[in-house]
Design a protein around this ligand. Structure first.
Ligand code: PMP
Length: 459
């Protein structure tokens, strides 16, 4: 059907006329014309002009098992045929929903026996924050409403998600609800000054403590943070950061929400980012790789100490979505988790990540414009800098990153630019040969970028 439609359709004109895109400057898009992705397999995308592009971002950090997995298609098809939809309201449930909740409780860190389902990361964040507030209300502390996050944090695009996050442009366009505050992110490369990473990790964590003092612990419901800040530029906290955050949240009686929407399901070489960093969350939000992006689904993990209150004391919890626990998404997610387990993709993330970073460092470590190559598992970043010895960035932040991103796409590689930081998170099934290709294309693109801006680089 779609193949028939392909013939003679002017996709760019129709898209420009009718499709209002997410996170897009439409004037710019219409001048350039939209790119039409038509098919994909493994780590590669194909567009309507016949280009084959390596997807170094796994879509939007989500296609963990790679494209074209028939097992996932079949699992969804089987469930679609048997029971395409039923909801989880009014004392009902469906088989895949129960099985998935059970499986997730098995792979979660200790103490997470309950899972709430939604459709997107944003809905998961919204649900986690509501759960935190309902928890405090139930135990007689309704004034605990504030949520503290970090600058450059990303927690989704609903009004609440944008308010919880630390993206200034999103705040400016209406994502600025009351009862939210942001503090310094643990971004040593960009913000650490003369401190060592370990000193800076403690310093950044103590900014949370200072904000708690300023607002008053009795008014704060939760702290929310991504184990690694993905959309903010793959900001990897120094080793001292999360243990200190654990302490601060515990001592001040504040719930800790780990936003695992990117880190969850293997990307760091552990099931969850909280496992990697030893984070002790009360709530964990997950989505994306839960279904490898094939269908929308998110899951909020509720720790027993919170679940006990919500389950036993709250009474009816007035919250939920038409598609919470959707049977087809859950059936697909079950198969996806099975693939991640049977193909050892969690362990592969560690091993492949080490290979990728070693090869990137060999190819680009001495490059005059590459200030840092960092990563954990299969998520990472390359800092493009004007002076790597002093960690000085380029004028007009984001300009050089955009040049590099455009060269990448021209060369057949998708990497994303966050300011002048190139970020990547390829599918976990990436092969050794594909890692080699990734490194070649990344180097070529960075070399071409350097040719354009080298007058601005101190060597
Ligand atoms: N939290 C984090 C950490 C994310 O990275 C994202 C999406 N990139 C979200 C929440 C929002 O997820 P969604 O786009 O599915 O609403």
């Amino acid at each position: 059907m779609l193949d028939d439609l392909n013939l003679g359709v002017d996709w760019q004109t129709l898209d420009a006329a009718h499709h209002f895109h997410p996170f897009t400057d439409h004037k710019e898009l219409h001048e350039q014309g939209v790119r039409l992705i038509t098919s994909a397999e493994g780590v590669y995308l194909h567009d309507s002009k016949g280009n084959k592009i390596m997807d170094g971002m796994a879509g939007l950090w989500c296609v963990a098992a790679g494209y074209g997995r028939q097992e996932l298609v079949e699992a969804a098809t089987r469930q679609m045929t048997k029971l395409p939809y039923y909801n989880a309201f009014f004392k009902t449930t469906t088989e895949p929903t129960v099985l998935l909740a059970t499986k997730l409780a098995e792979i979660a860190p200790e103490g997470f026996e309950h899972v709430f389902f939604a459709c997107s990361g944003s809905e998961a964040v919204d649900s986690a924050i509501r759960s935190a507030r309902v928890y405090w209300k139930t135990i007689g502390k309704p004034e605990k409403r504030f949520v503290i996050g970090r600058e450059y944090g990303y927690h989704g695009s609903t009004i609440l998600g944008a308010s919880a996050g630390g993206m200034k442009d999103m705040h400016r366009q209406g994502g600025d609800l009351p009862y939210f505050a942001q503090v310094l992110p643990p971004y040593w490369y960009g913000k650490g000054g003369q401190m060592s990473p370990e000193e800076f990790g403690l310093y950044a964590a103590r900014q949370v403590e200072a904000k708690i003092k300023e607002i008053g612990a009795d008014k704060i419901a939760a702290f929310i943070g991504e184990p690694i800040q993905g959309a903010g530029g793959v900001l990897i906290p120094p080793s001292t950061y999360w243990p200190e955050i654990n302490r601060i949240c515990k001592e001040n009686d504040i719930l800790l929400i780990a936003d695992e929407v990117i880190c969850g399901y293997g990307r760091l070489g552990t099931w969850f980012g909280s496992d990697y960093f030893g984070i002790k969350p009360d709530l964990m939000t997950t989505a994306k790789a839960l279904t490898s992006g094939y269908l929308p689904l998110s899951a909020v993990f509720v720790h027993d100490r919170v679940a006990e209150v919500l389950v036993n004391e709250t009474g009816e919890y007035y919250h939920g979505f038409t598609y919470s626990g959707h049977p087809v998404s859950c059936a697909l997610a079950l198969k996806n988790i099975e693939l991640i387990e049977s193909e050892g993709l969690v362990q592969a993330a560690t091993q492949k990540g080490e290979v990728l970073r070693a090869k990137l460092t060999a190819a680009l470590g001495d490059h005059p414009m590459v200030g840092e190559i960092r990563g954990i598992g299969l998520i990472g970043a390359i800092e493009l800098t004007a002076d790597k010895r002093t960690r000085k960035f380029f004028e007009k932040n984001g300009r050089v990153g955009t040049i590099c991103r455009d060269f990448c796409i021209e060369n057949g590689l998708i990497m994303r630019a966050v300011r002048d930081t190139m970020v990547f998170s390829p599918p976990l099934i990436i092969s050794d040969a594909e890692i080699d290709e990734f490194v070649v294309l990344a180097k070529k693109s960075i070399d071409q970028t350097y040719e354009k801006v080298k007058d601005e680089v101190t060597v």
